[in-house]
Write a protein that binds this ligand. Structure first.
Ligand SMILES: *[C@@H]1O[C@H](CO)[C@@H](O)[C@H](O)[C@H]1NC(C)=O
Ligand SMILES: *[C@@H]1O[C@H](CO)[C@@H](O)[C@H](O)[C@H]1NC(C)=O
Ligand SMILES: *[C@@H]1O[C@H](CO)[C@@H](O)[C@H](O)[C@H]1NC(C)=O
Ligand SMILES: *[C@@H]1O[C@H](CO)[C@@H](O)[C@H](O)[C@H]1NC(C)=O
Ligand SMILES: *[C@@H]1O[C@H](CO)[C@@H](O)[C@H](O)[C@H]1NC(C)=O
Length: 125
């Protein structure tokens, strides 16, 4: 019985990493990121909060080894949907805000708009 309860709790935690989140989208300027990749604004890449990054199953003290670095995320807003590679984290939250490189951000709004409120996003399995 104890084993059953423990396994159920684990499954809930793992699934939570692939659920939809709601947050504010911002423009992020990639470089050498937490995943250890060097990316550019013309690539379709994303950054998530340090809280979300560090809570991803398999995360260790070395961010380069975080399994999240081998996942894409998909952002949906007002009929537009885009998939980007997760390459970095931003410190200080909010937990469910998300950043996209310039070329990707511009699919949702002009850069001059600064942010896009209330985007829905999830990590792809
Ligand atoms: C997340 O939301 C999008 C857009 O509403 C939807 O298409 C997708 O199925 C949802 N995914 C999950 C994992 O709930
Ligand atoms: C991010 O940069 C790495 C090299 O550091 C590259 O292998 C990867 O393809 C880039 N990601 C995207 C989505 O372009
Ligand atoms: C991420 O998305 C790109 C572009 O759609 C795709 O080529 C790549 O295989 C995806 N990577 C993973 C780990 O799903
Ligand atoms: C949603 O998309 C429609 C059609 O493209 C556009 O007219 C409207 O301004 C958009 N709304 C928001 C909040 O971005
Ligand atoms: C946020 O987005 C969801 C999903 O598209 C929508 O149902 C909801 O009305 C939006 N909320 C606000 C405050 O715009």
């Amino acid at each position: 019985m104890l084993a059953f309860v423990t396994l159920s709790a684990l499954i809930v935690v793992v699934n939570a990493q692939f659920q939809n989140n709601t947050g504010t989208l911002f423009n992020f300027v990639p470089g050498l990121g937490a995943c250890g990749f060097t990316n550019t604004s013309s690539q379709t890449v994303a950054t998530v909060s340090g809280q979300f990054f560090d809570a991803f199953p398999g995360a260790t003290a070395n961010p380069n080894n975080n399994p999240i670095c081998h996942h894409n995320l998909t952002i949906t807003h007002n009929g537009t949907s885009l998939t980007a590679a997760i390459v970095d984290l931003f410190p200080g939250g909010p937990e469910f805000n998300v950043g996209l490189s310039t070329s990707a951000f511009q699919k949702f709004a002009p850069l001059s708009q600064g942010i896009v409120n209330n985007v829905t996003w999830h990590v792809n399995q």
